[in-house]
Design a binder for this molecule. Sequence first.
Ligand code: URA
Length: 236
Amino acid sequence: MRLDKLLANCGYGSRKEVKLLIKKGAIKVNGELIKQVNIHIDPKQDCVQVQEATVRYEEFVYLVMHKPQGVISATRDSRERTILDLLEDEDRLRNPFPVGRLDKDTEGLLLITNDGQLAHRLLSPKKLVGKTYYAEISGEVTDHDVEAFKQGVKLDDGYVTMPGQLTILKSGPVSEIELTIMEGKYHQVKRMFESVGKKVVYLKRVAIGDWQLDPELKKGEYRRLLEEEISYLRKL
Ligand code: URA
């Protein structure tokens, strides 16, 4: 990787700014002062220092956000605010993207990374990774719905879902439920309830596998994943 690109990726400024840093003699590679901007280095082997401080290069970035309502889980949009607008500049540098989509009015657990392989595995229905949602439903959710979801329900486009595990937390005119599904079809939870004649009025993703939304994260907040969280997700 080119030295100027690595430094820009690590938050030391734009490519133009880091070129200036290099020319000013602020950068050492393996203890040697470097003045050419176009040298290539191996981020895993070479020791890069900026004004004597060693640069820690991480290829991947892993963030967890408590997505609030009102922002879309896309990387760019001409009209709407996206989840990337909630990130600090330095966290956007390595082009992270949301893993799977949550609707604009859905809240909850959102993984944001640039690790395409991990994202692909977590989203693939073949890997059977459960995504668990808490929802409030207008209408009385019954054991009949639990059984229907267990069998798989037919959505408005004729697609029959994989089995979903529905747990009724409270049944009434507005019911509270938890639903775990392995797929992520467009508006899937809302459409599953529509298929049994009910309407989702509030939706929040609370877990991916056994990885739960951190209760310390307030809506709109995010943090870096801990090493053990990354290893857990890699093993799913
Ligand atoms: N299912 C939905 O209907 N919406 C979401 O945001 C996520 C799952």
